[in-house]
Design a protein around this ligand. Structure first.
Ligand code: PLP
Length: 371
């Protein structure tokens, strides 16, 4: 059994992927070619944003968003300690200070009730993460941000395709940033990412920063990056977009079925031996990861491996405890809910091509592994 099965997907879309890649090889515009423009148009329409800027990775998307907002040394950016490293890494890389806000332990996303207390005169932006495929409570976050005139950047690396109160992830904040890493709900065959905004000025800035800060060829009013998406990755994404609605529907169905099977076997309470994820009523999740909570995770992991079921931990250490962030001065116990999640979470095989039989086998293995 695969943790993520990209081969079945390739078999399904092979003619389209191969044909589109062959066209790139023929026309020869390998970087920011016509496929990138077409992709940006399709993605902006899909998400419901005025502008899309395709970039080289989700990490670059976060960095470019922060650079476009002119954030740097002396500034603070609020985010969560329970996320992939890149979220806080990019804040620190541009010289700003990541300020952590505790998560809601049911969704693993920023707890808006704790946000306002973290805002200081140095705060320049708020960067919630939509973890595992469901959006953070963006309305509550936007309301507080608006009161303090702060921009919000949604780290939507794991939630492309998800909806929040009927609107698509990526379109909900001043800037949305996503990733097309191969294992993401919409992934290419290498690195890729995208930025979304309704703000024309920000879109123009982000386009310039993507190409070394140039506003016209060899003219640089600011510093930027080599953060472009290449045409072959755009071609792959265009082929995958053709089946994306269908894949999202499969993810939603499979996620709901996992939860039903797990709750039937282990119960639905907070003390269940395997705790299924909670999706808010106003959200749909694309289950970038289907992540449960268990006690004694290491034993559980070994047993699952022995039973032939691959698992993965996203993420084993809350970011305030990462060695590189020791200078922030937050020790164990500073964010107990994030720390508990980091000790307990484990992700199960999840992809649109998982069969009902495979899913049942995973749930049967869970029962043996927690016994
Ligand atoms: C929450 C989060 N933010 C940022 C990133 C960075 O994306 P990429 O790997 O495309 O640079 C990821 C990807 O793993 C992620 O999960």
């Amino acid at each position: 059994m695969d943790f993520i099965d990209l081969k079945s997907q390739y078999r399904r879309i092979k003619p389209s992927v191969d044909g589109r890649i062959a066209r790139v090889l023929e026309h020869g515009q390998y970087v920011l070619g016509p496929e990138v423009t077409e992709l940006e148009q399709q993605l902006a329409k899909y998400v419901g944003s005025k502008h899309c800027v395709a970039v080289a990775s989700g990490t670059d998307a976060l960095l470019i968003a922060l650079m476009a907002l002119d954030i740097g040394p002396g500034d603070e950016v609020i985010t969560v300690p329970f996320t992939f490293f890149a979220t806080a890494e990019m804040i620190a890389l541009i010289g700003a200070r990541p300020v952590f806000v505790e998560i809601d332990p049911r969704t693993y996303n920023m707890d808006p009730a704790r946000l306002e207390a973290a805002i200081t005169p140095r705060t320049r932006a708020i960067m919630p993460v939509s973890l595992y495929g469901q959006c953070a409570d963006i309305d509550a976050i936007n309301t507080i941000a608006c009161r303090h005139e702060l921009p919000v950047i949604e780290d939507a690396a794991q939630s492309f395709g998800a909806t929040y109160k009927g609107k698509r992830s990526g379109s909900l904040t001043a800037i949305g940033a996503t990733s097309f890493f191969p294992s993401k709900p919409l992934g290419c065959y290498g690195d890729g990412g995208a930025l979304f905004t309704d703000d024309e000025r920000l879109a123009k800035l982000m386009r310039e920063i993507r190409v070394h800060g140039q506003d016209r060829r060899y003219h640089h009013p600011r510093l930027g990056l080599c953060g472009r998406l290449d045409s072959i990755q755009a071609a792959v994404l265009l082929a995958k977009l053709e089946i994306f609605d269908d894949e999202v529907a499969a993810r939603i169905r499979l996620g709901a079925r996992y939860t039903e099977l797990i709750r039937k076997k282990f119960g639905a309470g907070p003390d269940a031996r395997v705790r299924a994820p909670h999706v808010e009523a106003f959200n749909t999740s694309v289950y970038a990861q289907y992540t449960v909570e268990v006690e004694n995770r290491e034993i559980f992991e070994t047993r699952m491996k022995g039973l032939g079921v691959p698992t993965a931990v996203h993420y084993p250490l809350a970011l305030h405890l990462q060695p590189v962030f020791a200078n922030l001065g937050q020790t164990a116990g500073a964010f107990p809910l994030s720390e508990a999640a980091a000790r307990r979470v484990i992700s199960l095989p999840m992809h649109p091509y998982l069969t009902d039989e495979q899913q049942q086998a995973v749930v049967d293995a869970l029962a043996q592994a927690v016994a």
